[in-house]
Design a protein around this ligand. Structure first.
Ligand code: SF4
Ligand code: SF4
Length: 309
């Protein structure tokens, strides 16, 4: 039998802890964002969540050119050039020392190693709000199942405290991970991106076979699941895409809730700060009428369809 004390010192890499979150499940919640994701969705609005390693986000627009970071960098990754400050990312080891000396937060290290007890301390600070609002804690990412022992330990600790627990997942993990965490999870927020396997691979980098298999198995167990479908114009909103989704819904027996999440283009700036290209920079968010049409169509096949988180 595992004891709570065995879990407290397990560590994981997180990139944010958001208090007073109201979009990641019922009531007031704390959302813990775990770093690292096996998918690389072209529309991802949290690109800093994808790498399982710490990384640097840089803002040249607020840089004072004081030179403090250049002097502090232990590997000489930052250079003052005629075009301004240049950070050679191939040299950077993401130690974060430059962020500590920067007076204006033009440099931020994303990714913080934390123990389960440290994370729980932050979560439990708002316990009174969870109790009053019917909220709890949500583990998101990135992909929380990417760090399975850490997630399992956090869920165990949260359940030990009697908290409502949600796991927000892309579904891409071995079934054994879901089997282990399912008894500790009050509800899954389960993302479906694209039902067509080839298209899924093209836009996310991986096959959706494992994802759909895990969804079907969790559903068959009667786990509480809210499906979440980002609507990306020109990517997954064609009549064929919606037909594929309907066929999937018809194969599920217990899942009653679907959230449509319209693409909003936010996050482009984060790509720039990470030194990466955002390939959907020109994509236009879907209009409300188009989303409402899709929602109406889907309401014939699942009990609840919501627009938004
Ligand atoms: S994170 Fe570390 S290695 Fe990278 S630029 Fe800053 S000081 Fe240099
Ligand atoms: S320490 Fe900050 S403000 Fe100073 S040069 Fe470096 S990035 Fe710019």
């Amino acid at each position: 039998m595992e004891r709570m004390a065995d879990f407290q010192n397990i560590t994981g890499l997180i990139f944010n802890i958001m208090r007073f979150s109201v979009h990641d499940g019922p009531g007031i919640r704390t959302t813990v964002f775990v770093k690292g994701c096996p998918l690389q969705c072209a529309w991802c609005h949290n690109p800093e969540s994808i790498s399982p390693q710490p990384e640097m986000m840089l803002r040249t627009d607020i840089c004072l050119m004081c030179g403090a970071c250049i002097a502090a960098c232990p590997v000489g990754a930052i250079e003052n050039t005629a075009a301004g400050l240049v950070t050679h990312r191939e040299k950077c080891i993401a130690c974060g020392i430059c962020a500590q000396v920067c007076p204006v937060e033009a440099r931020v290290r994303v990714g913080r190693e934390m123990t389960v007890s440290e994370v729980m301390l932050e979560i439990l600070a708002d316990r009174v709000f969870y109790d009053q609002s019917g909220g709890g804690v949500t583990f998101s990412g990135g992909e929380p199942t990417r760090q399975p022992d850490f997630l399992h330990a956090l869920l165990t600790a949260a359940r030990h405290e009697g908290l409502h627990t949600i796991v927000d997942t892309c579904g891409y993990a071995p079934w054994s991970v879901f089997e282990r965490i399912a008894p500790l999870t009050s509800r899954f927020l389960f993302d479906i991106k694209i039902v067509d396997p080839e298209k899924h691979r093209r836009w996310t980098g991986v096959s959706n076979r494992r994802i759909l298999d895990n969804l079907t198995r969790l559903d068959a167990r009667g786990c509480a699941i809210s499906l979440r479908l980002p609507i990306i114009p020109g990517v997954n909103d064609s009549p064929e895409d919606i037909k594929g989704l309907v066929e999937l819904l018809q194969r599920l027996h217990h899942t009653k809730r679907l959230h449509l999440l319209p693409f909003h283009g936010g996050g482009a700036e984060k790509y720039h700060r990470l030194g990466r290209a955002f390939h959907l920079e020109q994509a236009v968010p879907p209009d409300h009428a188009a989303i409402e049409r899709i929602a109406q169509d889907l309401r014939n096949h699942i009990e609840e369809v919501h627009i938004g988180g």
